[in-house]
Design a protein around this ligand. Structure first.
Ligand code: ZN
Ligand code: ZN
Length: 337
C-alpha cells in the first residue's frame, strides 16, 4: 500500500510502498477513502511540540473508509461499515476520565498518526473501540474534516457553554474556523469571525457569521468591544498574540477557549486583576469524544453544516502542506484514494 511517511522532522514526507498492516486483537483494518490534512499533522512532521512522535511514522487522524478486516475479539458486524479513525486512537477505558465521558483526557491515550501510524495511507489499523460509524448521509470527503476539525470546534463551543444570543468571536477561519462559525450559529449565538485573509472572511460570511473583522486592517479588540465584547472567544490561530487579543475582546463573565497549539511551550500572559474582577474563564479544549463525533455526524447528515473541503491525491502531500502553511487552502484539504 502507499503511505506518506515522515522520515525526519522538517523534511518532506516520502510516499512509500509499505505492507498492508495486520489488524491485531481488538483492532480493525480500514481501507481509506478520504484522509484529511490537519495542522497537527504538520506539527507532527516538524516535531514542533514538547511531546514528539518518533520517525519514521505515518501522520493522519481524519481517516474515513470501510472496515475490511477485523482482528481477534472484534465482532464481524463491523465488517463493511464505514468508520472514522480519529485522533484519539485508544484510551484505557478505566481511569476517572474514561469512565466520566472525558476519554480525551485519558493519561494512557494513544494518538493516531502521532504515537501510532495514522491515515495518510491506503490502509490503517485502528482500535475497534475508538472508531466512530459514519452515517450514510455523510460523504467520506465531508466526514474526514468533521473527524478532527469538526469535532474539535463542536467540543470547544460545548465546553464554553454558549447560550442563545450570546456573542461568540471565532479567531482564525480555516479548516476549523469555518465549522466553528456554523456550530456557534447552531447554538443560537451571534458570531464575529476574525481573520487576516479577505477570502476567509468572505467564507465566514457565506456560512452565517454576523460580523467580520479583518485583523490586518482593524483591531479586533476595538471592533468586538464596540459590539459589547464577546461572551466567548475561540482561538483557532496558533499565534500567542491572537490569544491575547481574544482575551482582551471578552466582556465580563467571558470565556476564552484555547484550541490552537502554538509551537514549543508558548505562553499567554493573563492579567490576574482583570480576570478576577471580570470573572473571566480560560479554558483549554482538546478534540472531542466518540459521542461528540457521533453528534457532529448527525448534524451534518441532517444538513445543518457545510464542509468546505478540497480533494487532493496522497502524492501531493508536500505541496498540500505548503498550501496550508501559506494560507492558500480555502478550508480543509483531504486526500482521496
Ligand atoms: Zn487534527
Ligand atoms: Zn483512561
Amino acid at each position: 500500500m502507499k503511505a506518506a511517511v515522515v522520515t525526519h522532522f522538517g523534511k518532506p514526507l516520502e510516499v512509500r510502498e509499505l505492507p498492508v498492516p495486520e489488524p491485531g486483537p481488538g483492532q480493525v483494518l480500514v481501507r481509506m477513502e478520504a484522509s484529511g490534512l490537519c495542522h497537527t499533522d504538520i506539527h507532527a512532521a516538524h516535531g514542533d511540540w514538547p511531546v514528539k512522535p518518533s520517525p519514521p511514522f505515518t501522520p493522519g487522524h481524519e481517516g474515513v473508509g470501510p472496515v475490511e478486516r477485523v482482528g481477534a475479539g472484534v465482532p464481524d458486524r463491523l465488517l463493511g461499515k464505514r468508520v472514522a479513525v480519529p485522533w484519539l486512537g485508544s484510551s484505557c477505558g478505566h481511569c476517572r476520565y474514561c469512565v466520566t465521558g472525558w476519554e480525551t483526557l485519558c493519561e494512557s491515550q494513544i494518538n493516531t498518526g502521532y504515537s501510532v501510524d495514522g491515515c495518510f495511507a491506503e490502509y490503517a489499523v485502528a482500535d475497534a473501540g475508538a472508531v466512530v460509524e459514519v452515517p450514510d448521509g455523510v460523504s467520506s470527503l465531508d466526514a474526514a474534516p468533521l473527524t478532527c476539525a469538526g469535532v474539535t470546534t463542536y467540543k470547544a463551543l460545548k465546553v464554553a457553554r454558549v447560550v442563545p444570543s450570546e456573542h461568540v468571536a471565532v479567531f482564525g477561519i480555516g479548516g476549523l474556523g469555518h465549522l466553528a462559525v456554523q456550530y456557534a450559529r447552531i447554538v443560537g449565538a451571534f458570531v464575529t469571525a476574525v481573520d487576516i485573509e479577505p477570502d476567509k472572511l468572505g467564507l465566514a460570511h457565506q456560512l452565517g457569521a454576523d460580523h467580520l473583522v479583518n485583523a490586518r486592517t482593524h483591531d479586533p479588540v476595538q471592533e468586538i468591544g464596540r459590539l459589547g465584547g464577546a461572551g466567548v472567544a475561540v482561538v483557532l490561530a496558533a499565534d500567542p498574540a491572537v490569544f491575547e487579543q481574544a482575551y482582551r475582546s471578552l466582556r465580563r463573565g467571558g470565556r476564552l477557549v484555547c484550541v490552537a497549539l502554538p509551537a514549543d511551550e508558548a505562553a499567554v500572559k493573563v492579567p490576574v486583576f482583570q480576570t478576577v474582577l471580570g470573572g473571566i474563564s480560560v479554558i483549554g479544549s482538546i478534540v472531542g469524544t466518540r459521542q461528540d463525533l457521533a453528534e457532529v455526524f448527525a448534524l451534518h447528515a441532517a444538513g445543518r453544516t457545510r464542509v468546505i473541503a478540497e480533494s487532493r491525491r496522497l502524492d501531493q502531500v508536500n505541496e498540500s502542506i505548503e498550501d496550508v502553511l501559506g494560507g492558500h487552502a480555502e478550508a480543509r484539504l483531504v486526500f482521496e484514494f
